[in-house]
Design a protein around this ligand. Sequence first.
Ligand SMILES: CC(C)(COP(=O)(O)OP(=O)(O)OC[C@H]1O[C@@H](n2cnc3c(N)ncnc32)[C@H](O)[C@@H]1OP(=O)(O)O)[C@@H](O)C(=O)NCCC(=O)NCCS
Length: 374
Amino acid sequence: MSDEIKKGLLGIVVDETEVSKVMPEINSLTYRGYAAQDLCAKCKFEEVAYLILNGELPNNKQLKAFEKQERKERKLSKTLLADIKKIPRKAHPMDVARTVVSIMGLEDNETKDNSPKANLRKAMRIFAKTPVALAAFYRARKGKKMIPPKKNLSFSENFFHMCFGKVPKKEIVKAFDVSLILYAEHSFNVSTFTARTITSSLSDIHGAITGAIASLKGPLHGGANEEVMHMMNKIKKPENALKWINNALDKKDVVMGFGHRVYKNGDSRVPTMRNYFGKVAKIKKDKKFEKIYDIVEKVMIERKNIHPNVDYPTGPTYHLMGFDTDFFTPIFVISRITGWSAHIMEQHAANKLIRPLASYKGSQHRKVVQLNQR
Ligand SMILES: CC(C)(COP(=O)(O)OP(=O)(O)OC[C@H]1O[C@@H](n2cnc3c(N)ncnc32)[C@H](O)[C@@H]1OP(=O)(O)O)[C@@H](O)C(=O)NCCC(=O)NCCS
C-alpha cells in the first residue's frame, strides 16, 4: 500500500455521483446534466430542487405536487418554535441552523428509517422547515414577532415574507432564486463530503445534514460570503479599495471570496450571479459595493491570477436585499439541503464505509509508567 499522503484529499476521486458535474476545464457546472446557468435562466428554484432530489425536471403536475408538499411541511412544531425563542440572541445563525435540524431529527417519526422513500420524505421536511426556523430566529433575536409561513408564496417569496413581513419586487425575488439555484449543489465539496462520510456509517439524514451545516460554516467554505461582506464594510468606499487590496496582498492575506479548490480559472457560477448582483444594485440605487467589487476583482486577477468564487457576488447581493450579514451562510444552507440530501440518498444506495488511513508520526512504542512513578 502506498504511503503517499494526499493532504486535503487533493485530486483524489473517492466515489461516483450522478448529482452534478464540475468541469473546470470548460468552466461549467451541470446538475443532472443541465447547465446551472441554463437552469437559472429558465427555471424557478423549486424546479431545480425537484431535479436535484428526484433526478429529472418536473412537469407541471409534478411541480404542483412538489410545491404543495413543501408548503404543507413548512409548519414547525410548537416545541421547536418555543426552543427557537429560547436560543441566545447572540448565537450565530449557522449554529442555530445546525441545532434546529438536529431537533427536527428528535421530532421526526422516521428518523431511524433509511429507506429511499423515507429519506426523500425526511429531506422534504428538512427542506421545508429549515427556512421557517431560521426566519423565526431572524425575528426572535430582534425582539420581533415571528411571522408564520404563507402557503400562497413560493419558497423564495416566503423566506422574504417571514424575515421582513413583505415580499420585494419580482426582480429581487428572481435574484434570490438564482442565488439559491447556484448554491444548491456542487459535487464533493467539504460539507457534502462530510454528509456522505456521516451517512457511510449508516447514520441518519438529520445527523448528516447537521454535520454538513457545521462544515459549511467555516470561512474557507460557505462562511466566505459573510467574510466578503466584512471585507467590503472594512473597505467602506470605492476610493479606498485599490489601496486596501494591494495592502492585503502585500501582507499575504487570504482574500475571502476568491480562489477555489477545483476552479482555477474562474468559478462557472460567478458570471450569472454577478449579473444579478448588478440588477439588484440598480434597483436599490446603490452602486458602492459594485464599484468596490470590480476594483478588488481586477487587482486579484492582475496580481495573483486568482478569480472570484460564487460567494464574492452573493455576499453584497444579500446585503443589498436587506439581510443581516450573519444570515448569508444560512441562506446557502436552505438551498444546499437539496444537494446534501441527494448525496445522502446516493451514498445509501451504494454505500461503502468511508475510512481513510493516516501515516503515523507520533512517539515510538513506549511502556506506560504507573501514575505514582511519573
Ligand atoms: C478556497 C480555497 C480554500 C482553495 O484552497 P486550495 O485549493 O487549497 O488552494 P491554496 O489555498 O493552496 O491556494 C494556492 C495558492 O493561492 C493562494 N490563494 C488561494 N486563494 C487565495 C485567496 N483567496 N487570497 C489570496 N491568496 C490565495 C494561496 O495563498 C496559495 O499561494 P501559495 O502557493 O503562494 O501558498 C482558497 O482559495 C481560499 O482560502 N479562498 C478564500 C476563502 C473562500 O473564498 N472560500 C470559498 C470557496 S467557494
